[in-house]
Ligand binder design. Structure first.
Ligand SMILES: Cc1ncc(COP(=O)(O)O)c(C=O)c1O
Length: 396
């Protein structure tokens, strides 16, 4: 019988592929299942996949062990019945909303939501006949007044960007439950190491895992966790619309999440030290950090986040754009990079980046000014971070 593996190109394609089928031991660290498709030994295995066996993988857009491992890990950290990992925070948010809401439905959202989430709600959901009312989420009477017979969801963020205003999740959850609505909380800024919204009655929790859950500024992703039916519909949407994550991004995030608690302690400690130092500096008009007694949500933050308030803070200079530009040039450790939650300290300018689309009067209403700078405190030594900002401010 001719050998079907005799040709050079055939050997190039097939040799070595079976190595992991013959291994006696298994790897301590999880392998990266960098494959788009899985091999079946029989038709019966296909039937087993279609019967819903979660350990039976067919095609990576539908499921892959690396995203599945991350989903299991985040469920263990956040609680909840089910979880779904997607290609970005926005992919998870899109799957949560478009997979669950119908034309004619209505949602109530914080008017301080992350800018792209607001765009998704206003520019995309609206086109599909899903209406939204944006409210001051700390005004519970305004939230209640916005409820219509078609309202299904209240959507907020644990802490807002960039002023770190805190949502009263327990109160919103009680309101949602009383009125038969679901509460979805984007917990990106706190992470489950510091706060678990599902424990306080939220139905669904979301993360841009691009931020703290991964923590190293090298992988993009998003996770939705909580109510099993909502997550299942979001998963169906993600499979149909194509927002699944790559195995490598899932693997990096899985690896990063293992040190989450240690990192969040350091981020919180450093942000607190920096916030206190900034508040005492003559070039600084205001500092926004819930760990400071001067923050309007300090008491709520102490109640909800006893383990720390995370690494996100912002401050407003007495000067404007020219001074912000000089600050960027003067900083030697902190970099200007419009993302957050990495191990390295970074700053961003909301007016020029995340909030650029907003009209000047809306920005003023939100208390965001030309001189407002957002800081993501990293895990370096506190004295080095504080020293860097003080030397940069002293030279303005
Ligand atoms: C609070 C919050 N939610 C969602 C997102 C979107 O996540 P991604 O950029 O991973 O799509 C971001 C991004 O900055 C964010 O800050």
């Amino acid at each position: 019988m001719p050998d079907p593996f005799s040709g050079f190109s055939t050997r190039a394609v097939h040799a070595g592929n079976e190595v992991d089928r013959h291994m006696v031991t298994h790897p301590k660290a999880q392998p990266i299942y960098q494959t788009s498709v899985f091999v079946y030994d029989s038709l019966a295995q296909v039937d087993d996949f279609l019967a819903g066996n979660p350990d039976n993988y067919m095609y990576t857009r539908i499921g892959n062990p690396n995203p599945a491992a991350l989903e299991e890990l985040i469920l263990a950290l956040e609680g909840g019945e089910a979880a779904l990992f997607g290609a970005s925070g926005m992919a998870a948010i899109g799957a949560a909303l478009l997979g669950n809401l119908e034309a004619g439905d209505h949602l109530i959202a914080s008017r301080e939501l992350y800018g792209t989430t607001q765009s998704l709600i206003e520019k995309e959901l609206g086109r599909f006949g899903i209406a939204a009312t944006l409210v001051d989420i700390r005004d519970l009477a305004a939230v209640e007044a916005a409820i219509t017979p078609r309202t299904r969801l209240i959507y907020t963020e644990t802490a807002s960007n960039p002023l770190v205003r805190v949502s009263d999740v327990p109160a919103l959850a009680a309101l949602a439950r009383r009125r038969g609505l679901k509460l979805l909380v984007d917990n990106t800024f706190l992470s489950p190491a510091l706060y678990r919204p599902l424990d306080d009655g939220a139905d669904l929790v979301l993360h841009s895992t691009t931020k703290y859950l991964n923590g190293h500024s090298d992988a993009t992703g998003g996770i939705l966790a909580g109510d099993a039916e909502w997550v299942a519909r979001a998963r169906r949407f993600q499979i149909n619309a194509g927002g699944s994550a790559s195995p490598f991004e899932a693997w990096l995030t899985f690896r990063g999440a293992k040190t989450l608690a240690l990192r969040m302690q350091a981020h919180s400690r450093n942000a607190q030290a920096l916030a206190e130092a900034l508040e005492a500096h003559p070039q600084v008009a205001r500092v926004h950090y819930p760990g400071l007694p001067s923050h309007p949500d300090h008491a709520l933050a102490r109640r909800l986040f006893p383990r720390g308030c995370s690494g996100m803070l912002s401050f407003t200079l007495k000067g404007g754009l020219a001074e912000v530009d000089r600050l960027i040039q003067n900083l030697r450790l902190a970099v200007f990079a419009p993302s957050l939650a990495g191990v390295a300290t970074s700053i961003s300018h909301p007016g020029k980046t995340s909030h650029r689309a907003l009209a000047p009067e809306t920005l003023a209403e939100l208390d965001i000014h030309d001189g407002t700078v957002r800081v993501s405190a990293g895990i370096e030594e506190a004295a080095d971070i504080v020293g860097d900002f003080l030397q940069a401010l002293d030279r303005l």
